[in-house]
Design a protein around this ligand. Sequence first.
Ligand code: KIV
Length: 267
Amino acid sequence: MMPDVTLSTLQELNQKGEKIVMLTAYDATFASVAAKAGVEVLLVGDSLGMVVQGHDSTLPVSVADMAYHTACVKRGNRGAFIVTDLPFMAYATLEQALVNSAAVMQAGAHMVKLEGGAFLAEIVRRLADNGVPTCIHMGLTPQSVNVLGGYKVQGRNEAQARQLRSDAIALEQAGAAMLLLECVPSELAAEITDAVKIPVIGIGAGNATDGQVLVLHDMLGLSLTGRMPKFVKNFMVGQTSIDGAISAYVAAVKDSSFPAAEHGFSA
Ligand code: KIV
């Protein structure tokens, strides 16, 4: 069954300048609560490796895990658009990208998310040709934490910023349907958002992106480690229910009161 929110809906919201609300979901109940609260995009993120499975990174997550959680989210979904991460090393080759995208799309995803840059252009093109829209996650890409040397803000120097800008344009030209920018300076995120027509969703990327995403557990104030990234706001504060917290998040993204300046990064 087609969801109420489709890729066309997201493109229309973007053209109208209405912010797109994305939130992670990993199971049926939270998918239902979030969709009913007005979240337009449910992200079955490989962050489930950390917040659900208790690993210290997203690297141990498998395609089978992603397909399982996507199927759970699909069962609870009430009309939202479902984006599922392809996990670590699941798109190292074109053939893996095609086979593993098929697995999560058949489990219920409407789009797949891959982490990287312009080097993904050929995969993006072939997935689009085969009916799979893509969201490319750029900036801080957690699957590359061992290359990046930690969970650090990206794009702070001019060479990195230039690379991110040109990658975004190359990926749009290759047929990517959406970009997600994580932990990049707010000004750079604004420039990239201006430079492309496809929706750009931000997390730790300031207020100028076309939409926002948070990890469900973070915005409910739940943490295994006791640490919370600077870009997170605890939406349970002032609320008496989880539904209320998610509705408050939706309202704050829609009226641009979240993220505030304090949630962003400078160059
Ligand atoms: O896996 C995930 O939940 C994500 C978000 C942090 C954007 O990619």
